[in-house]
Design a protein around this ligand. Structure first.
Ligand SMILES: Nc1ncnc2c1ncn2[C@@H]1O[C@H](COP(=O)(O)OP(=O)(O)OP(=O)(O)O)[C@@H](O)[C@H]1O
Ligand SMILES: [Mg+2]
Length: 266
């Protein structure tokens, strides 16, 4: 296992105090070919880490393994002090509530208002006998949901139905819903993919700003090289089931990065 970097080491202006996430020798096969074949890396609080790789290289699989949406075949995943692979169902649910996830498809409820959708985000961090609707009805929770909408610039759209919002606005509602979880780590799998170029850039900037402001770890996948360069502190490249590049974004060579965005047959 890799030793943690010394406390006090700095990267992109952040002080590193040991990894919040460490993946060691992660192997994943869905039963056929091996998709991840010994992936190891670390991530630090306040540092935005981009994962790049060609279509089918296993980027989404990697993110899913981190929160056990799919079970790894072997290896070790330590996140926020948990051995993720050995978590039983209740502990796994509690662990997942600390991880905010943004997908390309946001799965909002279209006929509900932005505010109602954001209120749903509180569910994952609550337990106990009170139903989430009772929680959601409290003034404090509604105020927090409105504050989350304000952070994504949509407080004026709180009562508008989600299906009347633009794609970029909908993705921002999904981000506000994720903020209601009070996440400690954000995973984002192509949050910019279904959006027009400007909205995609806005969403990437928003995620990067939120993570920076709150000192969170952001692990983000994007197929847009310019977004990867603009909105990450560090980049890891996945090819042939392995991390074959791990570089500070400031030192990254765009030509070498470009190869990770090409299809494997090219
Ligand atoms: N549930 C599954 N069952 C079987 N194979 C799967 C499953 N999910 C993904 N795969 C396969 O695993 C490989 C990696 O897929 P994955 O979605 O992780 O790639 P990716 O790097 O995210 O690709 P993209 O850039 O297209 O999103 C692909 O060959 C894919 O077909
Ligand atoms: Mg993917």
């Amino acid at each position: 296992m890799n030793a943690p970097l010394d406390a006090g080491t700095t990267l992109a202006g952040s002080t590193l105090v040991g990894p919040v996430l460490r993946v060691s020798d992660l192997v994943k096969s869905y039963g056929g070919p091996t998709i991840l074949n010994g992936v190891s890396f670390e991530a630090y609080a306040g540092v935005s880490l981009a994962v790049i790789g060609a279509n089918g290289s296993g980027k989404s699989t990697l993110l899913k393994c981190l929160i056990r949406l799919t079970d790894p075949t072997s290896g070790r995943i330590e996140i926020l002090g948990h051995e993720v692979i050995s978590l039983a169902s209740r502990a796994l649910r509690r662990f997942r509530s600390r991880i905010g996830v943004v997908w390309q498809k946001h799965n909002l409820v279209p006929r509900l208002s932005a505010l109602s959708n954001v209120l749903h985000g509180v569910q994952s961090r609550l337990s106990g006998p009170r139903s989430w609707w009772q929680w959601a009805a409290t003034d404090a929770v509604r105020a927090e949901a409105l504050a989350c909408l304000a952070r994504v610039g949509l407080d004026d759209k709180a009562l508008q139905r989600v299906d009347s919002l633009s794609g970029g606005q909908q993705q921002r509602v999904a981000i506000a819903r994720m903020l209601m979880q009070r996440p400690e780590i954000i995973l984002a799998d192509e949050p910019d993919a279904s959006l027009d170029p400007q909205s995609g850039e806005d969403v990437m900037r928003l995620l990067s700003d939120l993570a920076r402001q709150d000192g969170l770890t952001l692990i983000v996948i994007s197929h847009r090289l310019e977004h990867t360069l603009q909105f990450s502190d560090r980049i890891i490249g996945l090819a042939g089931g392995l991390i074959t590049m791990d570089v500070a974004t400031q030192q990254a060579d765009p030509i070498k990065l470009r190869r990770f965005f090409d299809k494997p047959t090219e």
